[in-house]
Design a protein around this ligand. Sequence first.
Ligand code: G1P
Length: 275
Amino acid sequence: MIRKCLFPAAGYGTRFLPATKAMPKEMLPIVNKPLIQYGVEEARDAGMQQMAIVTGRGKRALEDHFDISYELEHQIRGTDKEHFLESTRQLIEHCTFSYTRQVAMKGLGHAILCGAPLIGDEPFAVVLADDLCLNTGGDGVLTQMVKLFNQFRCSIVAIQEVPADQTHKYGVIAGEMIRDDLYRVHSMVEKPKPDEAPSNLAIIGRYILTPDIFGLIADTEPGKNGEIQITDALLKQAQNGCVLAYRFKGRRFDCGTAEGFVEATNFCFEAFHGK
Ligand code: G1P
């Protein structure tokens, strides 16, 4: 049973400046819902109730979002706008939210390690909120991954095929295909140039990790861009035991880029708000 989901959310969001100057990038809305809420709902739908968020300076809006606003409640109670608060009310009722701060930006692996005190000794999910993953009409991506975890009991990364000239943006895996949508990982490289990429299968921001990953991250030296990379720790885990890579069902939008952000906005408007 996976009960906890970790959200690394300390990054500065420099690609979205000036919008992210005084506002966390995870609060950027896709139509009327902030990115982080899509991620939390995906985790909740996959059966997780404990949300662990790794924040940093200037991220307080995240905490306020997952809390009651008494003034707002008072203002709109009994009006026709009340339903706008329903989705956050449900999350606040059904989930707990814990926070810790990543004091220095030392990479995704380091951010995940900062979350260790909130996770403890149990398997957990990781969501990178700027990868928006939607599978309208079917299981969310984390739900798909939890089902796999229950079968295989090892770390799992979500993957997607990308064009060869895009591998430098992702962790890229290679492995033995054990089902048409599932690989046992043999190698893994963080942001390789096309001629150094072991395949075109890119890691997307959804992970299920077994807790031994924390020790492996702690022993991982800074890698690509001088940062402690989760990809490097996962490679050790794959070499010691087993890591799976799962080609998920659904769509993924890279909301860390303007193009992906606009695409996601148009998609969500059509899917959830279109008449
Ligand atoms: C991170 C990971 C990378 C992964 C990507 C998915 O990179 O380091 O392995 O493919 O997320 O979005 P970032 O986009 O944070 O640079």
